[in-house]
Write a protein that binds this ligand. Structure first.
Ligand code: 5AD
Length: 352
């Protein structure tokens, strides 16, 4: 086992590429601590060579939990009647940015359910106002599938980055996670448009989502290798009580960590977060994610009254945590790993 594992890692490091079958073979090793450690050490070495000892912080602002989609796994899906829906207004959003900026945060991530509750005019004005007030900051959007024209308008208003997980690259699997009216093709079209327009583009998937097996993950890795996103978000699936997946098992922490390390080798320059889902499932998730090769942590900037209403899965952490405490927590994680929080925008380092 160990030999073929090491051969495959060597090949990946040399060529920056493996075929899907080889990824699948590699993935079988995720259960072995020794293999995970070897991979993590290589991943941290790569991260250090490119980004040094920096951990990049992002200020997350969940601007609305209103969603027109009915993704089967998600707690804020349209058909969940137990959600109290909210929508922040521009002044709420700007005051979140202000609070984050005071802590030194220079990326604001505007995330929200996919709905028309913010039209393009309103969103462009919000993006423009943030950039106007905080010109040294980056704006990342995570607002789902939109038309080329909408993405372009938002980009022209100053948005720098866009997060849109592909969720799964296997079409049959995609259909098992999403309702009839959602289109796999439109998701991929959206990702291609974002890249073409010039966004630093993020993609990714849930680890251990219902019906997923290692074949699916191997194909997801191959897709990410080819698509070359600047950011990759992966986190364990966590069931939500108000969805039909309520009784499903959550994803594996070990597999998530193994994948973070593997992605660091596939896409050495990628900005890879230790996700909130990982930290929600494992109390040391942020730390373990960083040890595995991640280099981003998101801090929730929303005040009480909003945060607790954005439950995409059960037991999401930081819901009652004060902003200053979240920040101190990330700082101590960085210090414990001999790393430091970077106080710049933390853009993707393009190959020059
Ligand atoms: N568990 C883990 N992650 C989830 N997401 C949505 N629902 C869940 C869940 N139950 C992820 C999806 C989405 C991102 C914003 O959150 O991958 O793209």
């Amino acid at each position: 086992m160990l030999n073929s594992f090491l051969d495959l890692i060597d090949k990946l490091e040399k060529n920056g590429s493996l075929d899907t079958e080889e990824y699948k073979e590699l993935l079988k090793s995720y259960k072995y601590p020794k293999e995970r450690d070897i991979l993590a050490a290589k991943a941290c070495e790569k991260r250090k060579a490119i980004y040094g000892d920096n951990i990049f912080i992002r200020g997350l602002i969940e601007i609305s939990n209103i969603c027109g989609n009915d993704c089967l796994y998600c707690g804020i899906r349209r058909s969940n009647k137990n959600v109290t829906r909210y929508k922040m207004d521009k002044s709420d959003i700007l005051s979140c940015c202000e609070n984050g900026y005071c802590l030194g945060i220079k990326t604001f991530v505007l995330q929200g359910g996919e709905s028309g509750c913010f039209n393009d005019d309103v969103l462009c004005d919000i993006v423009h106002s943030i950039k106007d007030r905080f010109p040294d900051c980056a704006v990342t959007l995570s607002l789902g599938e939109k038309s080329y024209k909408s993405y372009k308008r938002l980009f022209d208003s100053g948005a720098d980055r866009y997060l849109l997980r592909h969720e799964t690259i296997d079409k049959t699997h995609y259909k098992k996670l999403h309702p009839e009216n959602m289109s796999y093709e439109n998701r991929i079209r959206s990702l291609n448009d974002l890249k073409e327009i010039g966004y630093q583009t993020g993609s990714g998937f849930m680890v251990g989502s219902p019906f997923q097996d290692l074949n699916h993950i191997a194909k997801d890795l191959k897709f990410l290798e080819d698509f070359k996103p600047q950011m990759v978000g992966i986190g364990p699936f966590i069931p939500h009580k108000d969805t039909i997946f309520a009784k499903e098992q959550p994803g594996s922490t070990d597999l998530t960590l193994f994948l973070i390390s593997l992605l660091r080798l596939i896409l050495p320059r990628a900005l890879i977060p230790a996700t909130t889902a990982l930290a929600s499932l494992d109390k040391d998730g942020y730390k373990k994610g960083i040890k595995a090769g991640a280099n981003v942590i998101m801090i929730n900037l929303a005040p009480e009254g909003f945060k607790e209403k954005y439950q995409i899965y059960d037991d999401k952490i930081c819901v009652s945590e004060k902003l200053a405490d979240s920040f101190e927590n990330v700082k101590s994680i960085a210090e414990a790993e001999n790393m430091k929080i970077a106080f710049d925008r933390g853009d993707y380092k393009f190959d020059v």
